[in-house]
Write a protein that binds this ligand. Sequence first.
Ligand SMILES: [Zn+2]
Length: 653
Amino acid sequence: MEYPNMKTFNSAHLPMVLEYPAMRERFLQAARSAGAALVEHVHPLHGPDGSPIFTDVALLGRPDARKLMVVISGTHGVEGAYGSACQTAWLKQKSAWKLQEDTAVLMIHLINPWGAAWSRRVNEDNVDLNRNFIDWQAGVPENSAYADLHAALGCTTWDGPERQKADEAMVELQNSKGQAAVSAIIEAGQYTHPDGLFFGGNGPVWSNRVLSTILNQYGQIATEVIVFDLHTGAGPYGYPALLSVSPSDHPGIPWGREIFGPAMVPVITGREARTDTGIAATATGYVSAFVRNAMPQARVLPLVIECGTLSSVEMQRAVVDDNWLHLYGKLGSELGQRIKQTLRHSFIPQDEGWQQNCLSTSLHHFDRALAALKEIESHPTSGDRSERKRVVTDAVVPRGTPAVEIIDLHKSYGPLEVLKGVNLTAFPHEVISLIGSSGSGKSTMLRCINFLEQPNAGTVAIDGEVVRIKTLRNGSTAPADPRQIERIRARVGMVFQNFNLWPHMTVLENIIEVPVHVLKEARADAIQQAHALLSKVGLSEKHAHYPGQLSGGQQQRAAIARTLAMKPKVMLFDEPTSALDPELVGEVLRVIRQLAEEGNTMILVTHEMQFAREVSHKVMFLHQGRVEEEGTPVELFGQPRSERLRQFLARTL
Ligand SMILES: [Zn+2]
């Protein structure tokens, strides 16, 4: 079989390789050096170069270990380049040799090797492996809505009038139903169109049976198991989300919260289920659900790392085109090569920053998982698991003086009442997100905290100091003491939607301005600190640039560094990513996330629901100037109480 040679890109410096033989070679080499026991499962078909393909299994540690970490790559074939790179990188670290006696690590390399070798998301049977792990005895799930989309998705010609009709039909569907609804139908999986998208199969496929075999062999003794299934292609660009997908609640979920806090987002799947994570909650048959059933003796925490790449519309296009190519096109043609290259680069961006970040974040999660397994040893639990002490980490225990306290705040513009009495308490190290549609008052509330807006009534206290307000003769209000406002503003850092860097100053000058001129720090110290902050936000080389020479994402990171230079008691973020092109959102979210993990006190107004869910200790939903609902991210996103919040979440899905 003729197959295009993809090595047209200058990708030698990138950490992720796209060719199956290179992925396998690197993995095996790293596994051998780490002293792993290797087993190979040979696939009945061959790769594009005619050579055999395998799922390889590497076990580090004892087969009878009480604690086990499992890492699976390549469930969705083409995404395996990322998963394989993670497995190989972890094996190459010294940590592989330092496992505890009672802990083993099982690396399952490319569970869908055909898809990985041929750069397809599906397997050799056009099956989406993550829809294949259903209970086949119980019959297949129904998805009658898919039939209406199939004609538009499965057009047999590449161009011409028929194709034009199909494309128009798809655009019409996207416009009438909304892209989120269209994706939800497609991604729910279907069991009726073997040539269609997200096809779940007619029974357990090769990869399904092999995974059963592997877990039968290695997964029957351990009692504490953490499983990572590694994916790309959904969610914001460059943003590796940590999810736990399952059809129902189970003991692994609170365990996951203990380990990862709000960074882990549980996704409960089901017919009517919704999620803002970019993956399909309406689907069943996930690997995650299967691993729990396959190891019934253990407490299992199934995790998915999902690294966002392009938008859902672009991803759908790439997958639809690839489906056409394998059904009706020619792989070796110029068009075929172009489609294949687009698909590969859509799932694995040829972008060093994307690759490095997804790799390092994933390794960080593996380390946390192993640290958590180690932790169990130091507090052995006897027998009954329900006795296990549960630490609720998604709600910080309030301690000390609040960094910000707002009581009964009102704000009007003329006759328009924008805030109708809102309260907020942010304790040190707490991260609070304000969500709601535009006009709900969330930005106004934020701007009242540092008196960019003058509240008409109510109290604002920063770090315990109440801001004194006087009423003017005309009835409006103003701060009683301008010096107090100055002092307070120096303790409250603000990051704006449009960055608001001073355009005539270099990045470095922007950062040292407040430390030198307001906080009266020595210039040399301020410069030294500025360089450290620029390195932290990944802008070391840009210190002498002017804001106009930077991308929006770089400007916003510089603005964050400038805010950090004030050493604020609390940082306010006013829709920090909404002015950015979608591909620049991830780099800014990463910086903010890091600040959250480092324990900075932060209040965010954001439209990035997935992000709010991951970094926040508390989320407040505003509606028409009131706090309609507040709680932990799990409560608000998982079990919204008010109908308005439910509607809001459905719209932002
Ligand atoms: Zn995937």
